[in-house]
Design a protein around this ligand. Structure first.
Ligand SMILES: [Fe+2]
Length: 245
């Protein structure tokens, strides 16, 4: 189970929380825990059942704050998931570190999109603005992710993987996802089939991610690809693309 830690900070850090929620099963955050009580962050946490606890070295005051935060968050959450957030101020400083291995980078993208799909599913039909915002973010993240894979990752690993059928299938799956993405971007929540299209996209992506993580990535690792150098190339390419909405 991955654990990510954060340097204590006085800056409100909603972006950090977003990354944290998308990265791993277990998260360790630095304070200020007050951030968790902000409405924006509560919105980010929607759809996840968030447990908060102190670690070794956590002060009594922090424990009391955690208890209050846990109560306020538990009011905001109804769905159960495996996400666990531990808040402490005694931990390290790796939180902002980007994955430096190409596969870890792609897996982090997968986790982020999965979390966004879960957030979407947790929204009621009346939350049209939030639905649109999250669906558009899903589309943007997936578009960038697919470009990075098609332009940089797939060409670099196709040879070492030695499975053209698998690689071809991945490209075709991207093409099909892109068609749905183009339709979803043009639509609004409330339009006929909007939710169905987002749902089908999530199912297609789940299948695609399963094949990548279950079949392709293990073959890439066996293929002796320099995943650190490839990650650098992917990051550089990503920077040339439009930022996620
Ligand atoms: Fe992919």
């Amino acid at each position: 189970m991955a654990i990510t830690t954060a340097q204590p900070t006085d800056e409100p850090d909603v972006e950090l929380a977003e990354v944290v929620l998308s990265l791993a099963d277990t998260f360790v955050l630095g304070p200020p825990v007050a951030d968790f009580q902000q409405p924006t962050l509560a919105e980010q946490c929607r759809g996840a059942s968030v447990a908060i606890g102190g670690c070794k070295g956590t002060s009594q005051q922090t424990v009391r704050t955690l208890a209050r935060t846990r109560r306020s968050l538990s009011n905001a959450h109804t769905k159960v998931s495996t996400k666990l957030i531990i808040v402490t101020h005694q931990l390290g400083d790796h939180m902002k570190a980007q994955p430096n291995d190409a596969i870890a980078m792609l897996e982090a993208d997968h986790a982020k999109v999965k979390s966004l799909f879960e957030q979407f599913e947790g929204l009621s039909d009346r939350s049209k603005a939030s639905k649109k915002k999250i669906a558009d973010q899903i589309c943007s993240e997936l578009t960038i992710h697919a470009e990075v894979e098609e332009q940089v990752f797939y060409p670099a690993v196709r040879g070492p993987v030695r499975d053209d059928d698998l690689m071809d299938e991945a490209v075709v799956e991207h093409a099909s996802a892109k068609e749905l993405i183009a339709q979803i971007i043009e639509m609004d929540p409330g339009d006929d089939l909007y939710d169905a299209k987002v749902k089908v996209l999530s199912e297609q992506i789940e299948h695609h991610v399963g094949e990548e993580e279950g079949e392709m990535f293990p073959k890439v690792r066996k293929g002796g690809v320099d995943l650190i150098a490839l990650a650098e190339e992917m990051k550089a390419f990503k920077e040339t693309l439009a930022p996620a909405a």
